[in-house]
Design a protein around this ligand. Structure first.
Ligand SMILES: Nc1ncnc2c1ncn2[C@@H]1O[C@H](COP(=O)(O)OP(=O)(O)OP(=O)(O)O)[C@@H](O)[C@H]1O
Length: 686
């Protein structure tokens, strides 16, 4: 695809995406209820201020949490993430008139969200007993930066990235340069596929793609490549889509003693890596005192100006302030450039690498390499912000997991969701890619299905994980549930239908919540710690139902949507697929990459709760059911009731249908459903 064609098409699709995002945040104008906004994940209602503190560099941090229910606070499932721009509102709603301040989300957990306020909340007189609403705001900074990068790409005639652009758009073929055969690896523990990926990356002239399936040590490999490049005296710009991924790389590189520098709003960085941030390093630079003195001089001149009556004196002082400002800018730019040049690896998010920020102080050809991690989850246009600064690039990620989240279905279907990594693999095939093949996460029974369906059967489980089970964890008893890596709990025929909801985007299934609860009970009674278990569901509504049911008893249990759990792992994963209907409709379970992500989060145990009759209508899901049936334990939801005492009296009703009264232990809804099935023909019952 030619550059002009790519740029004009992408600009158009970005515009569509932008409009979809604005639409979403303007829903309040269309009388969409706040509750509906909350269920769409863009709004959090009735939060109270848990604490208010001053963060680094004087920024105010508000910890907001929902009111406690049975002693715990649980946020509804939502789409908030670190770095999101949000508005804080009083309880009147989420209209501009009720906005109290704006801020940036710095942290979000199941129980609270922390916001770094742009305006000082001191002046707002926030009441610690009052309740507030929080809403995501459309943020055009990212769009502006992507557009700018695309326009620069379009007009790019000569510069460091010329050869790279030429290869990435197919004007010329990727090339290689010879490397010494006896490459000495800094990390002696690398496996063969990781070593090959490192050698390959170093020998590519313009581009190398590192395909890292789940748990295969992608970051370990990327870190080795960067350290090798640094050892050769070259400079690296290293980016990823999310702050968390960038911080992870900063930590790993700093541990290996690389000279790293992290760009980005300090409020968004992990505390442990704050010391590597530009602000922190600048504060210790030689120029700091001079810069502070100039700032003081400017403040003093301003104070003086207020007191002056003589116009000529004021003009004179104004000129002086102008000069001081100029000097301040020059000194600051020099200080930033010095700090940046001293670093071997500069790290930022893709959009943080824009040329309007600190990087504008560096010569355009400063970096030899641009490394982009999580490349398959980023919009290609966001990668170009960084790529325009590199001669060569390394792209790492897994295009068999979920692509970037796109709100506009039209933009996604027209190609906006195709990542640069995917596009290059389609264009050049294996010639630019090396795949990591040894995985260090999953029991081989969990891995095999993903390997066969998504990775051409090439994955091998490392011996340290190959056979590991929950029962091998300290303090965990050996019972059926902890001795099997795969457990299918089939609800087919049990009548545990999905809930009828008007919003067709989200789905819930109370019966599956009941089953999940019973399975969690079995696991925790066997000694598995709740913090080692994740419950994941494809739908936000199901996540909410699960949290309502389970979070009070198990605050450490992580309950998340599949999309929200990408990049993570747990010893045990309980996955509920929710869909159960006569028509065999499975909605967005039909996205194979979503199922791949869900399954590959589990290290030692995967329990799948689903209605096989419904989900097997989809070929890909059928392969999972077949795999679990063949290699794992299978139970029907009916078996789950064994051991549960219940006293009940059944009476045939006048219309011939059985009715039920009684009391018993949960899960009551499950009993009701089963009762319908087992009592439909004969009677009377006692
Ligand atoms: N060569 C190796 N020998 C032993 N353990 C390894 C090796 N490479 C990676 N690991 C381990 O595998 C785990 C995953 O590694 P890493 O964090 O590098 O993977 P990743 O691919 O970035 O993860 P993800 O799959 O979540 O993207 C870590 O616990 C790491 O220590």
């Amino acid at each position: 695809m030619e550059v002009e064609c790519f740029v004009s098409k992408t600009l158009e699709l970005l515009q569509e995406e932008r409009e979809a995002e604005i639409e979403e945040t303007k829903l309040w104008q269309e009388n969409v209820s706040l509750k509906d906004l909350q269920s769409k994940g863009v709004c959090l209602l009735k939060l109270q201020i848990g604490s208010q503190s001053t963060g680094l560099y004087g920024r105010s941090l508000l910890l907001l949490e929902p009111r406690k229910h049975m002693g715990v606070s649980v946020l509804p499932s939502n789409n908030f993430g670190p770095g999101d721009i949000v508005g804080l509102y009083d309880l009147d709603g989420c209209k501009p008139s009720s906005q109290l301040c704006t801020g940036v989300v710095t942290r979000i957990s199941q129980s609270a969200v922390t916001v770094a306020c742009e305006d000082s909340p001191d002046g707002l007189n926030l009441d610690t007993d009052a309740l507030y609403n929080l809403m995501k705001l459309a943020n055009d900074v990212t769009y502006k930066r992507m557009k700018k990068a695309l326009n620069t790409l379009n007009g790019y005639s000569s510069g460091p990235a010329s050869d790279l652009i030429s290869v990435l758009f197919g004007y010329s073929e990727p090339g290689s340069i010879s490397q010494p055969n006896d490459l000495s690896f800094l990390n002696s523990g690398l496996d063969e596929s990781q070593r090959q990926a490192v050698s390959f990356a170093l020998s590519q002239r313009e581009v190398a793609v590192i395909h890292g399936p789940p748990g295969t040590g992608k970051t370990t490999t990327v870190v080795e490549i960067i350290l090798q490049v640094v050892k050769r005296g070259q400079k690296v710009l290293c980016c990823a889509g999310s702050n968390v991924a960038v911080d992870n790389l900063v930590e790993r590189l700093a541990k290996a003693k690389a000279k790293v520098l992290r760009l980005g709003h300090p409020a968004r960085l992990l505390e442990s890596i704050q010391k590597h941030s530009l602000d922190a390093v600048l504060a210790h630079s030689d120029n700091t005192n001079i810069i502070a003195d100039i700032r003081k001089d400017i403040d003093k001149a301003f104070m003086g100006m207020k007191k002056m009556n003589d116009k000529r004196d004021r003009i004179h002082l104004k000129r002086e302030v102008g000069e001081l400002r100029k000097e301040l800018r020059t000194r600051e730019a020099t200080a930033i450039a010095e700090v940046l040049k001293r670093a071997d690896v500069v790290l930022a998010t893709n959009t943080g690498a824009n040329d309007g920020g600190p990087l504008k102080n560096l010569p355009v050809d400063h970096f030899d390499w641009v490394v982009i991690d999580e490349c398959a989850q980023a919009l290609e246009s966001s990668c170009w912000i960084a790529l325009l600064r590199g001669r060569k690039c390394i792209l790492a990620g897994d295009y068999k997991q979920l692509p970037p989240t796109i709100k506009s279905h039209t933009a996604a279907s027209k190609g906006l969701s195709v990542s640069l990594m995917e596009r290059l693999i389609l264009k050049y095939g294996d010639s630019v890619v090396r795949m990591l093949t040894v995985q260090y996460r999953m029991n081989s029974n969990i891995m095999t299905w993903a390997s066969e369906q998504m990775y051409q059967g090439q994955l091998v489980a490392h011996s340290s994980v190959e056979k590991h089970l929950l029962k091998d964890l300290p303090g965990v008893a050996s019972v059926e549930e902890t001795s099997t890596p795969l457990l299918l709990i089939d609800t087919a025929g049990c009548g545990l239908s999905e809930m009828e909801v008007t919003d067709d985007q989200s789905k819930g299934n109370q019966g599956e919540v009941d089953i999940v609860e019973l399975h969690i009970k079995a696991l925790t009674e066997a000694g598995v710690k709740p913090k080692d278990i994740a419950v994941i569901a494809p739908y936000n509504l199901q996540v909410d139902l699960l949290r309502q049911r389970l979070s009070a008893r198990h605050p450490d249990l992580e309950i998340k949507s599949v999309d929200g759990f990408q990049g993570r792992e747990k010893e045990a994963v309980v996955l509920t697929l929710v869909r159960s209907n006569r028509k065999g409709e499975i909605g967005f379970l039909a996205e194979d990459r979503r199922i791949n992500v869900a399954v590959t989060r589990a290290r030692r145990h995967l329990a799948l709760v689903c209605d096989t009759q419904t989900v097997q209508t989809h070929g890909f899901l059928k392969t999972l059911i077949d795999h679990m049936t063949q290699h794992g334990d299978v139970r029907t939801a009916f078996e789950y009731l064994q051991g549960y005492s219940m006293s009940a009296v059944f009476y045939p009703s006048t219309n011939g249908c059985p009715s039920l009264q009684g009391s018993g232990k949960p899960p009551w809804s499950l009993w009701l459903n089963l009762f319908e099935i087992h009592c439909s023909t004969e009677g009377p019952y006692r």
